[in-house]
Design a protein. Structure first.
Length: 120
């Protein structure tokens, strides 16, 4: 039984880089409310949202925050929204992450960076 729901939000900057944000919530309803709020904020700021999903909790991440500088350490993940359940796998670095994304080459599979670290 899942004790939480995870909001996974992927955005894309002007250079085409994909960023992932992860927000843990207590219920599907709470996740969907946060999802609408965050989507509204990003849309107003003209941040391109690629994917936004509330999924049963399977992965935990460090607390959500904003990068304070371009030097902030980033973590890389392969995120597969077509897998059941959604799969999030850590990548060792940006290059290997992007190479695998190119190999897989299908909608729903992303190489994304995040300042959040996967905890489990």
């Amino acid at each position: 039984m899942n004790s939480f729901f995870l909001l996974i939000l992927l955005t894309q900057n002007a250079a085409g880089n994909v960023s992932a944000s992860f927000v843990e919530t207590a219920s599907r309803e709470q996740c969907e409310v946060k999802q609408k709020v965050v989507e509204g904020i990003f849309s107003t700021a003209r941040v391109k949202i690629l994917e936004s999903h509330c999924v049963p909790g399977r992965y935990r991440f460090s607390e959500f925050g904003h990068a304070t500088s371009s030097a902030t350490r980033r973590h890389f993940y392969w995120i597969d929204f077509d897998a059941t359940p959604v799969e999030i796998t850590g990548a060792s670095d940006w290059r290997s992450c992007m190479e695998r994304e190119a190999e897989i080459d299908r909608a729903g599979f992303y190489c994304a960076s995040s300042i959040q670290q996967q905890l489990d």
